[in-house]
Design a protein around this ligand. Structure first.
Ligand code: PHE
Length: 464
């Protein structure tokens, strides 16, 4: 059976934007921004997206398009069988991300429905506390998973491409409408000021914390490190400019993320809610609760949670597809069989996260960041030290003049500079998990040692 390909370039770009735009932009980004000093975080985040996210995304897509395979098959095809475990890392990251993602997707689904009846309006805090974990949460998680599976089952071009081509423009239109509306509320300017003002003193005092949060968020929001973009790029039929597509994808994702902030912060400020309060529950407690005091509150709730639901679905589809493509490519499974098997797996892991708050937080807060960072680190070292010249060649296929000029600097960045940066944030992140905070100097030293060791290992193994 021939492998599926995207029907159009726009279809590919929209599917990838759909993967990127999701809960990361609307749920995770605002509370991280609020927690990390507002505009200071926004600034660092934008820098990391441009300097690390985009080149990293290209490094991941190069592997997918070159191999035309799922992550495990890709490393096996390009580097030989001993590289297949590197793809296993991507599968692991996918499982981690979707296991908690679909639980949040379930919350969103529930809030979309509950907006119609106004169920959470009278006591938002109590409502969220009653539904966040438990059997009900597991049930809504399963429904969200089912919707994801339905699209994936139909296939890459007829399912994913068609669905995301409708969803992504819908998300942009609805968010745009909500942003305009939010700007008309009294007190909205306080929100813009908080969001866009730069507190340099805060940034200086908390630089490494803010940097770590910004880096994790940049990878998460671009869907990098879990093999989703690798897999999507593997369905590219002809060689068009990856650099152009990747830049466009990242640009649209960032624009939509900033737009989401322009909805959420004016809303919160006009309603007198402290954006720093609430953490991961902020969207569901402060924001949702505040809807009650607005005219047409039910309609506002449905529109808001509806758009978040679309965004979440178009992302979960891309993670689900990573595992389906693996079973289809490597084990000769039918698409239906693979979809069912992957669904069963996530039913189990997601139910675990829906029943256990501590498991959920562990996955969402720490393991996801670490897994994505490790995944991307592996991809980029593979590009730089195993594929080497071939990676650059693949990048240059279909690239225009400017992109070609940027090729060599890109290659140096992904082979050396980005790995150092990723290893640094990985070490700092691990430190946070085990409860020791290494100094910046210690983290840098460990990062240099790790990357140096990997380079020695990778270049020897590829010659052997
Ligand atoms: N980018 C998605 C979001 O922002 C999440 C995601 C992470 C999707 C990793 C795929 C892989 O919601």
């Amino acid at each position: 059976m021939t492998r599926a390909t995207w029907r159009t370039r726009v279809g590919f770009v929209l599917a990838a934007v759909g993967s990127a735009v999701g809960l990361g932009n609307i749920w995770r980004f605002p509370w991280l921004t609020a927690q990390n000093g507002g505009g200071a975080f926004l600034l660092l985040y934008l820098l990391v997206v441009v300097l690390v996210g985009v080149p990293g995304l290209l490094g991941e897509m190069v592997i997918g398009r070159r191999s035309g395979r799922n992550p495990v098959g890709a490393f096996g095809t390009l580097g030989g069988d001993r590289w297949r475990p590197l793809g296993g890392l991507a599968l692991f990251a996918s499982v981690v991300v979707l296991s908690f993602y679909s639980v949040v997707g379930g919350w969103i689904l529930r809030y979309t429905v509950a907006s119609a009846t106004g169920a959470y309006f009278p006591a938002p805090q109590e409502y969220f506390a009653a539904i966040d974990y438990g059997v009900g949460a597991a049930g809504f998680h399963a429904l969200f998973l089912l919707a994801t599976a339905a699209v994936v089952y139909v296939g890459v071009d007829r399912g994913i491409e068609v669905a995301t081509t409708v969803m992504v423009p819908g998300i942009v239109l609805m968010l745009g409408g909500l942003a305009v509306w939010a700007g008309t509320l009294d007190g909205a300017t306080g929100g813009y000021e908080f969001y866009l003002s730069l507190d340099l003193a805060y940034l200086r005092a908390n630089f490494f914390d803010v940097l770590g949060a910004a880096a994790g968020q940049a990878l998460f929001t671009l869907s990098v490190g879990a093999g989703a973009m690798l897999t999507y790029a593997s369905y590219l039929g002809e060689d068009r400019s990856l650099a152009a597509d990747g830049t466009l994808i990242a640009g649209l994702n960032t624009g939509i993320g900033v737009l989401a902030g322009l909805v959420i912060f004016p809303l919160l400020f006009s309603l007198g809610v402290d954006p720093g309060a609430g953490g991961p529950g902020a969207l569901f407690i402060s924001l949702a609760g505040a809807f009650a005091s607005l005219p047409y509150s039910r309609l506002v709730g449905i529109a808001f949670f509806g758009v978040v639901l679309l965004a979440a679905l178009s992302s979960s589809i891309s993670i689900y597809e990573v595992l389906v493509s693996y079973l289809v490519d490597e084990h000769g499974a039918s698409r239906g069989g693979a979809t069912a098997a992957v669904g069963t797996l996530f039913l189990v892991t997601g139910t675990g996260a829906a029943l256990s708050p501590s498991l959920f937080t562990l996955l969402a807060d720490t393991i996801a960041n670490l897994a994505l960072t490790a995944g991307l680190l592996g991809f980029l070292l593979f590009d730089g030290w195993v594929l080497g010249r071939l990676a650059l060649e693949e990048y240059e296929l279909g690239a225009g003049r400017i992109a070609t000029l940027a090729g060599r600097p890109w290659f140096v960045a992904i082979a050396v500079i980005l790995p150092l940066f990723l290893a640094f944030t990985f070490v700092t992140g691990i430190g946070g998990v085990v409860g020791v905070t290494p100094t910046a100097g210690q983290s840098s030293a460990i990062a240099v040692a790790v990357v140096g060791g990997c380079i020695a290992l990778f270049s020897r193994r590829s010659r052997a």
